[in-house]
Design a protein around this ligand. Structure first.
Ligand SMILES: Cc1cc2nc3c(=O)[nH]c(=O)nc-3n(C[C@H](O)[C@H](O)[C@H](O)COP(=O)(O)O)c2cc1C
Length: 201
C-alpha cells in the first residue's frame, strides 16, 4: 500500500502546515505499519514549469509512453499511489505556485488521464486524497486552493477528497497553539478516514 506525500510548504521546518500534515502522517503510519510513503518535497525536486519546448517534449513522451523521464515520472508516482496527502499553506488566496507546477507535472496523457469523447478521464489508482492547509486570517469560506485541488484529484480519477484547515493563525487576537491543537484532533479523524478508505475492500 503506497501513500504519496506532497510537501508544498516553502517554509520547510518552520511550516505549521507541514507540522500538521506530519501529525496526520504519523497517525496513519502507526495505524498502517505496512504503508509505504513516497515524498515529493517540492522545495527540493526542482520541478520545471511548462514552456513550448518542454510541452512538445512531454507530448512526444506521452505518445511513446515513456514514464521514467523527468517530465513524466512525477505523474507515474501519482498514478501508482493508493492515497495522496498534500500539504500547502494558504498563499495569496490559494497556495504557493510550486504546487501548480506539481499539478502540471502530474497531468500526463496516456498515464494519468486519457481523452474520451473530448473529455479527460482519470487513470489514477488512488482511492482518496487529503489536502492540509493553514492560513493567516480567515479564508471566509473561499478556499480556492482546496476547491481546485479537489477538482484536479477527482478529474484524474481519485474519488474521495477531504480538506483539513487551520485558519486565522496570524491574527493578533488569535491563539495559534490552541487553533493548531484543535486542528490536530481533526487531523486524527482525517487519518482514520483515510485509513478506512485504504483498507476497505
Ligand atoms: C507569501 C504569503 C502569502 C500569504 N497569503 C495569505 C492569504 O492570502 N490569506 C491569509 O489568510 N494568509 C496568507 N498568508 C499567511 C499564511 O497563510 C499563514 O501564515 C500560514 O499559516 C503559513 O503556513 P506555514 O506556517 O505552513 O508556512 C500568506 C503568507 C505568505 C508568506
Amino acid at each position: 500500500m503506497e501513500l504519496l506525500f506532497v510537501d508544498a510548504c516553502p517554509r520547510g521546518e518552520d511550516s505549521r502546515t507541514l507540522a500538521l500534515a506530519r501529525h496526520m502522517l504519523d497517525r496513519l503510519t502507526r495505524a498502517l505499519p505496512d504503508l509505504c510513503v513516497t515524498t515529493h518535497c517540492l522545495r527540493e525536486m526542482g520541478l520545471r514549469d511548462v514552456n513550448a519546448e518542454r510541452l512538445a517534449e512531454k507530448e512526444a513522451l506521452c505518445d511513446r509512453q515513456v514514464w521514467d523521464a523527468p517530465l513524466t515520472r512525477t505523474g507515474a508516482d501519482f498514478r501508482r499511489a493508493d492515497a495522496v496527502l498534500i500539504a500547502a499553506p494558504y498563499w495569496d488566496l490559494s497556495f504557493p505556485s510550486v504546487l501548480k507546477t506539481w499539478v502540471e507535472n502530474i497531468w500526463v496523457r496516456n498515464l494519468t488521464f486519457v481523452y474520451q469523447d473530448n473529455k479527460p478521464v482519470g487513470l489514477a489508482r488512488g482511492r482518496a486524497a487529503v489536502y492540509v492547509t493553514t492560513s493567516g486570517s480567515s479564508m471566509r469560506g473561499h478556499d480556492w486552493g482546496a476547491l481546485y485541488i479537489e477538482d484536479v484529484m477527482k478529474t484524474l480519477g481519485i474519488p474521495d477528497f477531504l480538506a483539513l484547515r487551520a485558519e486565522a493563525l496570524d491574527l493578533d487576537s488569535s491563539d495559534p497553539e490552541a487553533i493548531l491543537a484543535e486542528a490536530r484532533v481533526r487531523a486524527d479523524k482525517a487519518a482514520a478516514w483515510l485509513r478506512g478508505r485504504l483498507v476497505e475492500e
